[in-house]
Design a protein around this ligand. Structure first.
Ligand code: AMP
Length: 217
């Protein structure tokens, strides 16, 4: 499948993407994960992106499009992809449209995961992430805590609170979402590809996406 996952930070895009990859071999492409990996590795991209990310701001569109142009042409995208956290602005959506035309790829669906703001705030402040850039497993201090000593259950690395998941940065990220990303809902509605989903569980969202794709075929 070839889909875009839209939704505010904390809406569950990453969790849903991971579940969807198990269905048909489509790969999850998370620009946030790619950027965090670059920051941790200290690459030029990471150095440029870090300040924006720590403040909860968006990284410039030009940097993101450079990443995506390369990533979408890698062989593992042949079976399909789940775009998680991209596009985030109208210029990114326009550039993606051009890129997909150039690569003769068509999208199946744009899934807008719509979660109430209080649920999002609670999720983000209790979320913890594995610090290993190759793992980035997600935990929740209330519902899914890491192993003893704050260790990742998958790889044993330290589990941390992301710098952009302090209350101040979260408020900023939600404001940025409302201002810059939410307009994409109207943008994709016009294309006929949009499906807005209000399901409480990740499995519910996955089922709605499967049905949505089948209905559009
Ligand atoms: P995420 O994990 O998707 O919430 O992304 C974490 C941070 O990475 C965001 O707050 C932005 O600073 C940056 N980021 C991720 N994806 C994008 C994107 N498509 N455009 C601009 N910045 C992005």
């Amino acid at each position: 499948m070839r889909i875009i996952l839209l939704g505010a930070p904390g809406a569950g895009k990453g969790t849903v993407a991971k579940l969807l990859t198990k269905l048909d071999g489509s790969v999850q492409i998370s620009t946030g994960d790619i950027l965090r990996g670059a920051v941790k590795a200290g690459t030029p991209l990471g150095k440029e992106a870090q300040g924006y990310m720590d403040r909860g701001d968006l990284v410039p569109d030009s940097l993101i499009m450079g990443i995506m142009e390369q990533r979408l042409q890698e062989p593992d995208c042949q079976k399909g992809f789940l775009l998680d956290g991209f596009p985030r602005t109208i210029p990114q959506a326009d550039a993606l449209d051009e890129l997909l035309k150039k690569l003769t790829i068509t999208l199946d669906l744009v899934a807008n995961i719509d979660v109430p703001r209080d649920v999002i705030l609670d999720r983000l402040t209790t979320r913890r992430t594995c610090s290993n850039p190759d793992c980035q497993e997600i935990y929740n201090v209330k519902s899914n805590p890491p192993a003893a000593g704050n260790k990742c259950k998958k790889c044993g690395s330290e589990v941390i609170q992301r710098a952009d998941e302090t209350e101040e940065a979260i408020g900023k990220r939600l404001d940025v979402y409302n201002e810059k990303t939410a307009p994409l809902i109207g943008y994709y509605e016009k294309t006929g590809l949009l499906l807005t989903i209000q399901e409480a569980s990740s499995d519910g969202v996955v089922n709605a996406i499967k049905q949505g794709i089948a209905a559009k075929k």
